[in-house]
Design a binder for this molecule. Structure first.
Ligand code: AMP
Length: 370
């Protein structure tokens, strides 16, 4: 089914969402705001179920449950990129799946992803496939050290990666990967990590939010600030890259493109790290800090509706509440101007994203007086 042949949804229609985490929850809340219902499909109960009219709890390999789910919704989307290929293909044969399964399979495998990005003339870190020790030795000889070994699939929040430093035993590093196929990436001496959150509609319309500047702690996103501190030219280039990626994938929905900003004697350069084919943690500020949130934008895009204005409302900072940090919720609520979002997770395990807070400093009026 091509996106162009689809008829737009009407208020009251139902959108299916794979995954029951906080992203699914915020998507369901945005859908409700627009008069749409949601049906969450998940193997395990999660916070999205609290805010969705319908749910199916079954495995991603349960074809009978998947068929029933597909029959009950007008569009299918997902909140995580590790949707099994079979599940995406099975559903796509029965209902429109946005973003399409090709976007998913491209983003799921770092080798395919980086090859695809380079094919568009967009720079990534130098990379090479590593299927054994000989590949690793050859890649280290090419890129030098430090370098980063990453599993091709299923890596997130720094999981499935190892930094290799001069003097490290390559055999030992590779043994930690337990035979999983990997890539070696040359180390990028970046100044800042940034991301672009953008949306493409069923009609090909494109809209990007202001660039995000991201800080990580223990490999998990900690703080996002927008707009990012980059030159106007870099901001324009970053958005143009996201646009090219979205067009090339015939993408429908919100996507995130994570990039490194390198500043050296030759100026500013952007290097794409990865694509997330979904709403993204670095776009959470848009709920309070933009005319349209990334969640509403995703729902609009997949419903075949006009995209909303991505205009930022000032200068914005979003902080994740990780693990026990959420225990400070009462004090956060008492802070004027603090927008508190709690995900309704019952157990504040270490490293778990429990909520986030956003502050917006409104832009001073800078236009001409009427
Ligand atoms: P990833 O799982 O690819 O998003 O990587 C997690 C984090 O590791 C990134 O946010 C960077 O801070 C760092 N990192 C990943 N790849 C590279 C690279 N090629 N060079 C330098 N730092 C990297």
């Amino acid at each position: 089914m091509t996106a162009k042949a689809l008829s737009p949804l009407s208020p009251g229609d139902t959108i299916g969402i794979l995954g029951s985490g906080q992203l699914g929850r915020m998507l369901a809340m945005a859908a409700a705001q627009l008069g749409l219902q949601t049906h969450i499909y998940c193997p395990e109960r999660g916070p999205a179920l609290d805010v969705s009219a319908f749910h199916t709890c079954a495995g991603y390999d349960d074809d009978a449950a998947l068929a029933g789910f597909a029959a009950s919704v007008r569009r299918v989307t997902y909140e995580f990129e590790n949707v099994p290929a079979h599940t995406a293909e099975f559903l796509a044969a029965r209902a429109p799946v946005h973003p399409n399964p090709r976007a998913l399979t491209t983003a799921q495998d770092r080798l395919h992803e980086k090859t695809f990005i380079n094919s568009l003339g967009i720079a990534t870190a130098p990379f090479a496939p590593v299927d054994g020790i000989d590949d690793l030795r050859a890649a280290v000889a090419r890129f030098g050290l430090p370098a980063i070994l990453k599993t091709r699939r299923m890596g997130y929040d720094g999981k499935g990666q190892a930094m290799i430093r001069p003097g490290d035993d390559l055999g030992e590093v590779l043994a930690q990967f337990g035979g999983q196929r990997a890539i070696l990436e040359g180390f990028v001496p970046f100044t800042r990590e940034i991301s672009v959150i953008a949306a493409r509609g069923e009609d090909g319309a494109f809209a990007a939010f202001d660039l995000n500047e991201n800080e990580h702690a223990n490999h998990i996103l900690s703080v996002t600030r927008a707009p990012a501190d980059v030159s106007p030219q870099s901001a324009q280039n970053a958005i143009a890259m996201a646009h090219r990626i979205a067009d090339a994938l015939d993408y429908v929905g919100v996507l995130a493109v994570e990039m490194f900003l390198v500043i050296d004697s030759s100026g500013e350069r952007l290097i794409v790290n990865e694509i997330a084919p979904r709403v993204h943690n670095s776009g959470h500020w848009t709920i309070d800090g933009a005319e349209t949130s990334q969640f509403e934008q995703h729902i609009r895009a997949i419903a075949g509706w006009p995209l909303g204005a991505p205009t930022i409302r000032g200068r914005v900072e979003m902080r994740n509440l990780i693990g026990a940090e959420v225990d400070g919720w009462r004090a956060l609520l008492a802070e004027p101007g603090m927008h508190v979002h709690l995900y309704g997770k019952h157990e504040a395990r270490e490293g778990r994203k429990m909520g986030h807070v956003t502050r917006v400093w409104p832009q001073a009026f800078s236009g001409k007086a009427p």
